[in-house]
Ligand binder design. Sequence first.
Ligand code: PEP
Ligand code: MG
Length: 326
Amino acid sequence: QAIQLLSLNEVPGETRDGKRIFLRANIEVPEEVESVLAHGADGIGLFRTEFLFMHSRHLPTEEEQYAAYREVIEQMGDREVIIRTLDLGGEKVIPRLYDAHDEHNPILGWRAIRFCLANPHIFKIQLRAILRASIYGKVSIMFPLISSQEEVVMGLEILDQVKEELEREGIPFERDIPVGAMIEVPAAALTADILAQKVDFFSIGTNDLIQYTLATDRGNERVAYLYQPFHPAVLRLIQMTVDHAHQAGIPVGMCGEMAGDPLATFVLIGLGLDELSMSPASIPEVKRLVRSTSVAECEEFVGAILQLKSHRDVERLVREKMEELG
Ligand code: PEP
Ligand code: MG
């Protein structure tokens, strides 16, 4: 079966009725690109950049960041690379920059885009490095943990300042680099129509979206039973995000763990996701499922799923469907 899945590398993630679902990879370090290419990814849907900050004693310099981004971008050739700006805080703590013990609720605290907007000197160095590397391939920028349009606007303003600086210095960069917002706070999903006015795409971060929607720490074993991707509240927020994105004419992907769960594939196609980004090894199986179904069939299925009252009922129906299709 492994051999069969690998030959899938040669064909696109396309449904039987012809919708292309981009199947991209999540990476945390440049060394993972080899595996991304080996599994036939359509690019990188989430390049987490925290590694640069966690594995060095000093703040990574512009040159260090530039080298790391350029290495990944060049290896990916003409395939999309979505670089997420620093998502520090919450469970990703870098003591030198930030002491989580200072806060009673670090998960609700000074993290991700909030930290970056409060520390523009750190944020600008990263944006400069990304922009300089952007000329070597097809790059997008994505802001994490967006909870309001103001945050997007402030992020874009800083990006514009950085572009002006590079311009003045005569350093080349991609002027029209697309910018997206991660949808991982319920407020962002609920106001996706407002956010869509300011960005080029969305990517739903279900790891955090589930945590914040269900008020359930994603890393706490005691409440792990409450952490349910198929909870009707989560499904409704995904549906809302996709519908608002499409009404505004922008694509919407998903880069949380749910995107790589084969149990979720038909549901996510039916909800209208345009891109699924996951760990590279999950791509072949998800691609097989995408190619085995049609959007029409998945939409009908989701119609039934959205009537259900609990994650258990959803899961039962999903498993039945999977068995039916083999
Ligand atoms: C997410 O929250 O779903 C996500 C992709 O980001 P991270 O897991 O890095 O918080
Ligand atoms: Mg997240």
